[in-house]
Design a binder for this molecule. Sequence first.
Ligand SMILES: Nc1ncnc2c1ncn2[C@@H]1O[C@H](COP(=O)(O)OP(=O)(O)OP(=O)(O)O)[C@@H](O)[C@H]1O
Ligand SMILES: [Mg+2]
Length: 253
Amino acid sequence: MIRVKGIKKAFGKEHVLRGIDVELYPGKCNLIIGLSGSGKTVFLKSILGLHSVDSGTVEYDGRILGDLNKNETKKLRQEMGMVFQGSALFNSLSIEENVGLPLNFFSKMNLEEKADRIKFCLNRVRIPDDAFVKMPSELSGGMQKRVAIARAIVLNPKYLFCDEPNSGLDPETAIVIDKLIHDITHEFGMTTILNTHDMNSVLEIGDHVVLLQEGKKTWEGKKEDVLTTDEKAVVDYVFRSNLFKQMRSALVK
Ligand SMILES: Nc1ncnc2c1ncn2[C@@H]1O[C@H](COP(=O)(O)OP(=O)(O)OP(=O)(O)O)[C@@H](O)[C@H]1O
Ligand SMILES: [Mg+2]
């Protein structure tokens, strides 16, 4: 479990995270939702340790980020997989080389073991063998996202971080990516933290949903609760349009 206690982060005078306490659960898709600018990316980067926080702690199964020695930090880093907006594949490397990169840096596997692991991960995200030698530019956006997921899980991480993993995809492909992340999370028991503003994602894969508003957690619950809760913060976020407001009236009748 990842335990976040009282984290605050400001950039100059702008207080972006204003004291967030939250627990993120293993084997679950923990979704962070909120309007653009509410602090989702800063939150993700802060718990990853990519931003230093001004106060508060982040605890990974009892290990407090920042209190670890060099070896412990290195071990924790290897337990983290990341899928960032826009896939972030290396254009000059083939698909299999992209996925193999973390193995070259962090594993002691021999060539055969690496090839097996790369094949397992790429096949798991349904990339066929004949695409392994292709370059990222030869793949569709949805396939590139799947390769990015394969790369994120190649070291068998305990924690998977995804920032808007389905942005820029059509609704059908977006759901395929969501379901893939959801299935992998449950299959491998990972603690997945996924930023999104896509309500489809929330309703499909939101095992645990956390709403951020102006750098504060204003609600948390399950996807089933999102549509029926009376919490003003959620109602305001989910049912912004008049059409959605009418749908809600029908639902809670
Ligand atoms: N490196 C930075 N320096 C200064 N301000 C920053 C920095 N990163 C983010 N911010 C500010 O923090 C606020 C929250 O940004 P953040 O990117 O976390 O929002 P978000 O919820 O992820 O939005 P979106 O849904 O558009 O991705 C914004 O006002 C942004 O300008
Ligand atoms: Mg963001």
